[in-house]
Design a binder for this molecule. Structure first.
Ligand code: CA2
Length: 148
């Protein structure tokens, strides 16, 4: 089972700025934690991508249908959540592969421009507001879904 973990723009700064909103855990810490979770399951492989570029994320999603298949996706599209028809279309194109959207903060309780997610309707579900723990819950939920 191969799962792609995508983090969008500015999430490479996790733990380094704005700890009041996003906490003090770094992206490297999150990825380490997710690798430990994956190791609990036989044959579960993770691939990580963090990019500040919309096209890089679209390219990786398109590659799922071409030469780099995966079984599931955990994605925090960052600010592209609220703006990117291109990422939403790319997710829709590979909708046979379940995707779970993660937000560290509770986007519903923040500024109104963060309330709408263009990408969440293309996912099987969304976890928001649980801090960086949300990535772990998303990965576990996805693995459970893929196992059954
Ligand atoms: O809550 C989330 O996970 C968000 O996807 C984070 C995005 C924001 O635009 C979304 O509305 C909600 C922003 C990510 C920026 O990450 C930073 C981390 C540390 C320091 C600065 C930015």
């Amino acid at each position: 089972m191969k799962i792609l973990i995508i983090n969008g723009p500015n999430l490479g700064l996790l733990g380094l700025r704005e700890p009041d909103i996003y906490g003090s855990t770094t992206l490297a810490d999150v990825e380490k934690r997710l690798l430990a979770v994956a190791a609990e399951f036989p044959d579960c492989e993770l691939e990580f991508l963090q990019s500040n570029h919309e096209g890089v994320i679209v390219d990786r999603l398109n590659a799922i249908l071409l030469d780099a298949p995966v079984d599931g996706i955990v994605m925090n599209p960052g600010a592209y959540t609220h703006t990117s028809i291109a990422i939403a279309d790319a997710l829709r194109a590979c909708s046979k592969v379940p995707a779970l959207e993660v937000h560290i903060s509770n986007i519903s309780s923040r500024e109104s421009f963060r309330h709408e997610s263009l990408t969440a309707p293309c996912c099987v579900g969304m976890i928001a507001g649980l801090g960086t723990d949300g990535y772990e819950w998303a990965l576990r939920a996805l693995i459970r879904r893929l196992e059954h």
